[in-house]
Design a protein around this ligand. Structure first.
Ligand SMILES: NC(=O)c1ccc[n+]([C@@H]2O[C@H](COP(=O)([O-])OP(=O)(O)OC[C@H]3O[C@@H](n4cnc5c(N)ncnc54)[C@H](O)[C@@H]3O)[C@@H](O)[C@H]2O)c1
Length: 308
């Protein structure tokens, strides 16, 4: 099978992780790596000696490129996606842009020029979230009553606050699992250290059927925490994305008043979420489909981020 030609822009912290998964997928040829930092281009040269390197993304010959992957700082996303979507498909890092107006514009361009727009919300491609989606769909443990998410520690950003940087993971997971946006949103955001952007957020979301969601996001934490608790009528599922194998723990009780829980460790797909995303993108290009991102996915997520 011939491979799709790809150009990757941004070889800082996240770019090399994307490159490794793109390479592992075997479905794309990384034809170009573009970065305006000479130092990072030198790192790219070591990792991918046969790939052409460029400093300026505008010097890329777009005619032969099937997918542009953008992994540069968030403030550059709109301009770059706007530039490339007119001629090719784009996979871009979360958050897609810095406001709803820009996201609406990018979605419009993608439709007009019939080029696909994908966003890297990696957790919606994880085996654990897929398992929970199925539990919700099959009603395995009854009604979903409450979700609590704790997402702490990450590099401090200058161009987006902690909600747009970390909270976007929670909002994308919720939109993916619940297929709708919350009815009510309230939040408390503040700084615990002197940074230009809010570093901590407590978010309350109320969904239909009285589902309550609490999200805590903070860049400032000595421990890296990525835990979500899903409380159903007849069971509680705890998802810890930092666990290498047992990411999900399912606790059930014989009856609601019993203090004794039984523990089940379900088998889940452990392949890397980024690899699953890249495979999804390749399949979308091959079959000319895009089921996840077609249904106002990015627009809905950005609406919630703006309200928070
Ligand atoms: N999906 C995830 O879980 C995840 C995780 C980390 C970061 N990210 C996202 O990835 C993006 C990049 O984050 P990062 O941590 O890798 O940042 P970074 O600063 O480490 O890397 C960005 C790279 O882009 C390059 N760059 C900047 N402006 C450029 C331009 N105009 N032209 C070409 N190259 C340019 C920089 O030189 C740098 O190498 C951000 O949007 C961030 O939110 C996503």
């Amino acid at each position: 099978m011939s491979k799709y030609n790809l150009a990757l822009i941004g070889y800082g912290y996240w770019g090399p992780k994307l490159a490794r998964n793109i390479q592992n997928s075997n479905k794309f040829k990384i034809s170009y790596i573009i970065d305006n930092s000479r130092k990072n281009l030198n790192l790219a040269k070591k990792d991918f000696p046969l790939t052409k390197l460029l400093k300026d993304y505008k010097s890329l010959d777009k005619s032969n490129i099937d997918l542009v992957v953008i992994s540069t700082p968030t403030k550059t996303h709109y301009e770059m996606a706007n530039y490339f979507l007119k001629s090719t498909n784009v996979l871009i890092e979360k958050p897609l842009a810095l406001n709803l107006k820009e996201v609406l514009k990018l979605e419009k361009i993608s439709k007009k020029f019939k080029n696909k727009l994908f966003v890297d919300y990696p957790f919606i491609f994880s085996g654990s979230i897929e398992y929970i989606r199925n539990v919700i769909k099959m009603n395995t443990y009854g009604k979903l009553i409450e979700i609590e998410s704790f997402r702490e520690q990450a590099p401090i950003r200058k161009d987006a606050n902690v909600v747009w940087d970390l909270g976007v993971h929670d909002i994308s997971i919720l939109r993916y699992l619940l297929n709708k946006n919350p009815k009510k949103i309230s939040s408390l955001k503040y700084n615990t250290i002197k940074t230009s952007q809010k570093d901590t957020a407590y978010i309350n979301l109320h969904y239909q059927n009285n589902l309550k969601v609490f999200v805590k996001n903070s860049w400032i934490s000595p421990l890296k925490i990525r835990i979500i608790k899903f409380k159903f009528e007849r069971g509680i599922i705890i998802c810890d994305e930092n666990e290498p194998i047992y990411k999900l723990k399912v606790f059930t009780r014989k009856n609601i008043s019993s203090p004794i829980y039984r523990l089940k460790l379900p088998e889940i797909n452990l392949s890397e979420p980024l690899l699953n995303l890249i495979n999804y993108v390749a399949k979308s290009l091959k079959e000319n489909t895009n089921p996840i991102f077609n249904k106002n996915f990015n627009i809905d997520i950005t609406k919630v981020l703006e309200k928070i």
